[in-house]
Design a protein around this ligand. Structure first.
Ligand code: FES
Length: 146
């Protein structure tokens, strides 16, 4: 079997789909090669991610990894969320085929993009904290069907 039971489960029953109401951290990233897009929105209070949801216009592995990633960062501190690697997401899903590794990278990047937005809204330069992220600008987001 190409995909683990966990990947199939998170693809068929994705957790935390949609957009968080009153989000104060929203990030959208895309992969230029496959054209897949992922958005994460979060509500952060006192440094804790109290709510997180995702939307993706992407492949099954993108759905499964973002679903798992939201589960892994929910209720965690920003610092803990920044420590979440795509590798950890893949491990939590019992692995992904090599050609699908980039999908998990997209999930990691979407979390970072949301956290970058959180800092930017407070006038803080996010790059030293979350690193460099290739975010989509608003024109690209139209493809996403808002
Ligand atoms: Fe690109 Fe999965 S094929 S995110």
């Amino acid at each position: 079997m190409l995909y683990s039971d966990k990947v199939l489960d998170h693809f068929q029953n994705p957790r935390n789909v949609g957009e968080v109401e009153n989000a104060n951290a929203v990030g959208t990233v895309g992969n230029a090669k496959c054209g897949d897009i992922m958005q994460m929105s979060m509500r952060i209070e006192n440094d804790i991610i109290v709510d997180v949801k995702f939307k993706t216009f992407g492949c099954g592995a993108a759905v499964a990894t973002s679903s798992m990633a939201t589960e892994l960062v929910k209720g965690k501190t920003i610092k803990e969320a920044l420590e979440l690697t795509n590798k950890a997401v893949m491990e939590a899903l019992d692995g992904l085929p090599p050609v699908k590794v980039h999908c998990s990278v997209l999930a990691e990047q979407a979390i970072r993009a949301a956290l970058a937005d959180y800092y930017r809204r407070q006038g803080i330069d996010p790059e030293p904290i979350v690193g460099k992220i290739e975010e989509l600008d608003h024109d690209d987001e139209h493809d996403f069907g808002h």
